[in-house]
Unconditional design. Sequence first.
Length: 343
Amino acid sequence: MNPYHLPVDDTSPYYAALAQCVDHWGLVPEKTELIRDGVNHVFATERQDGEPVIIRISDGAVRGRDEVLGELIWLEHLIRHGCTVTTPIPSRGGELLETVGVDEGAMHVCCFQRFGGRQLNPATDVEWNDELFLKLGREIGRIHRASDDLHLPGDHDRLRWYEINLGQFPDPLPEIFNPQVVEAMRAFTDDWQGRPTTSGHYGLVHRDLHAGNFLVEEGRVEVIDFDLGCYGWRTMDLGVLLFVHYFYPSLQVSDTSPELAGHVLAKLVEGYREEYPIDHEQLETVGDMIMLNTVSNYFLMLPNPEHWQIAMGNPRLPVSKSLEWIEQLWLSGEKLRVDLKQL
């Protein structure tokens, strides 16, 4: 069975939340399938008028209602400013977000237009090329430029990068985590938390921009899944893609190297600069942003590597081996390097 197309499990709290929202958007239950099971549950379905849509259900224990509303307000702002991003659909009651109660607690449900594009496989798709990196760089720059003009209301604001669930250190620390690794990671993140947040260098960022979170159709690139969007350094949106596809052992492309990562970064930056400025001082932080991604990956995946092994499509090199790589990286004191000479 394909783990990305699981039938809806009518025993899960996510199904219970979905069932309560069928009427809110006029959904067709028999056309519904689970397409992503991670921090959120994401379903592909149709409305009764035949329109294909996406339903995303977030656990209220992980995401507060106001935080999710801030994301949806942000998306509407980006669309008004010409960004190609996932489009929220109001419910029949005119609400962008419906919060429903299940036995396990509150669930936040959103509906989005389903873009006709597809995800690319960096290892096999010929479209994973310089032209794509230029287009993606332009879209990231456009998102950052538009975000500078947005001031979210205080009661619907997004969090800072170290405040989101993905950026938290477990307390108390479970025994499965190596305390030496955690100590080194904590010192590194504490240093970055204390750094000045320079205007233009810091602002709203997607925070999770890899191949699974953008779609391509006829040369257009649409950025999706802003759930982890937060306030952070703008180079975070360049570092995530490099980390996932050019450094992370379970997902990296073949024959990767710091020079290849530098080439991809150079193309992303070339496109980015058509929409928004980025200086060399910022680009020198890309390696550190990649290191921050090793931290979030470690805390997210170490408690349940078997789940993430399936969620990632069973990569040949197990996720458990990538987690060992992260531990050794921090124990050795080595820093990941991106070749910046091509910029």
